[in-house]
Design a binder for this molecule. Structure first.
Ligand code: FAD
Length: 407
């Protein structure tokens, strides 16, 4: 489907079938699906290309999501370079308990840092599929979403001029801090929120992983996590008060707490390294329902935030993007609007399932540090059940890997 003149640099309106707001995993995946079907779109991004290709965040990708990328020609580098994880390990009461989830599900996780995935997706969209992406744009605004002629305006970083993109559909994939969600909430959709009442100090260490798998330290001093990212870099988490200042966590204090909370009989000490990222996340979730109204379709963190408790956010962003990309292609190339009509409901079933699992797992992580003997008792019962009941273990593995047959 061809775009119409005038030239994109012209200040007068430009027409394109789809405008995608945000070049994260969700927006870039939608853009790539559209380009593969020769549907034109413009991706608008407030950051520079270099900046989105460096931004560290996720790393754990579920197998179904990788297969979805692979089917769309987007997983070449990932399949070559990602590590495969087949187990995770819980450490509590001074002992280690390995949980070999791949044996229970025949599925595994791929570990591939988000900046590498974003780099691959931008390269494929811009350099291979000839997609139009405009970086470092300012003051993005959405208009006329209730009509069949919506538009998106922004300020061009080079000229400072306002540009207007007229389109058929707008994809709001601008993450938790974007502008798209506000176009739906509260007038056309409701937002459901959950606050865990705790913070996590999110750390990246220039240090090799200290174990071949993800570690969950369940400790009366608070949760600690170890997530391998690459042979040189490891992500760590430390539970902390919400709103805590990262400056309260100098190098020595961080490593002392990690050693303590992830310690267990017979394990080698953690390999320390320089901390290259240190920030406090206030742990909360939200879900926008419905995820679409009129010609605006939200995808990824713009529609639902899930605290990084179970490493689910990017997986959900990819799930939305697969459904939305395919539905837009069906509508724009075959006039079949069924996928768009069912988009929000189809996404939300998996979203709510993952939110519920994150809430369950949060109690496992944080329960023994709550200072409440009752919560300590129930948390330890949950943990023991995982290692004594095959049915409980199978249910956990299915949720952790997102392998349910139906949502
Ligand atoms: P984003 O990645 O946030 O992309 C949105 C894009 O929109 C950004 O590039 C942003 O610059 C741009 N933007 C913002 N405002 C505007 C605007 N007004 N106009 C245009 N563009 C705009 N998930 C997992 O699945 N597994 C994990 O292991 C995992 N670990 C995580 C660890 C941490 C510390 C954190 C913080 C998150 C983690 N997540 C994980 C979650 C995951 O990173 C997000 O869910 C994922 O980035 C969502 O992708 P997205 O495309 O929806 O949004």
């Amino acid at each position: 489907m061809a775009t119409t003149s005038p030239h994109p640099d012209s200040p007068s309106p430009y027409r394109v079938p789809v405008v995608v707001v945000g070049a994260g995993p969700a927006g870039l995946t939608v853009g790539n699906i559209l380009r593969a079907a020769h549907v034109d779109c413009v991706v608008l991004e407030t950051e520079t290309r270099a900046s989105i290709e460096r931004r560290p965040r996720a790393g754990v990708i579920e197998e179904w999501a990788v297969r979805g990328l692979q089917r769309r020609g987007l997983a070449g580098n990932l399949l070559e370079r990602a590590q495969l994880h087949t187990a995770c390990e819980f450490r509590f009461g001074g002992e280690r308990y390995r949980f070999p989830y791949a044996e229970l599900t025949d599925r595994h996780h791929f570990v591939y840092p988000q900046p590498l995935l974003v780099t691959d997706l931008v390269h494929e969209y811009v350099d291979v599929r000839g997609g139009d992406a405009r970086f470092a744009v300012l003051d993005v605004a959405l208009h006329d979403l209730d009509t069949d002629r919506p538009s998106v305006s922004y300020t061009c970083p080079e000229s400072g001029e306002r540009r207007l993109l007229r389109c058929d559909f707008v994809v709001g994939a601008d993450g938790a801090r974007g502008v798209s969600r506000a176009a739906l909430v509260p007038a056309r959709a409701r937002i459901a929120r959950h606050d865990y009442g705790t913070g996590w100090l999110a750390l990246l260490a220039e240090a090799p992983p200290s174990c071949d798998c993800v570690l969950f330290g369940i400790h009366p001093r608070g949760f600690a996590g170890h997530m391998p990212r690459s042979p040189e870099v490891t992500r760590y988490y430390l539970q902390c008060p919400p709103g805590d200042d990262p400056e309260n966590w100098p190098h020595e204090r961080v490593w002392a707490e990690l050693h303590e909370r992830l310690g267990a009989a017979g394990v080698p000490p953690l390999t320390e390294g320089r901390l290259i990222e240190k920030r406090v996340l206030d742990m909360h979730d939200y879900v926008v329902e419905p995820m679409a109204h009129g010609r605006l379709f939200l995808a990824g963190d713009a529609a639902h935030l899930v605290a990084p408790i179970a490493a689910k956010g990017m997986n959900l962003a990819l799930h939305d993007a697969f459904l939305l990309g395919d539905a837009l292609v069906a509508c724009l190339t075959k006039g079949d609007g069924g996928g768009l009509d069912g988009y929000s409901d189809a996404c939300l079933r998996r979203v709510w399932d993952y939110q519920e699992f994150s809430q369950w797992l949060s109690e496992v992580y944080h329960g023994t540090a709550a200072g409440d003997p009752f919560r300590t008792g129930t948390t330890l019962a949950r943990l023991r059940r995982l290692f004594t009941s095959p049915a409980a273990a199978a249910a956990f593995a299915e949720q952790y890997l997102g392998t349910a047959e139906r949502y």
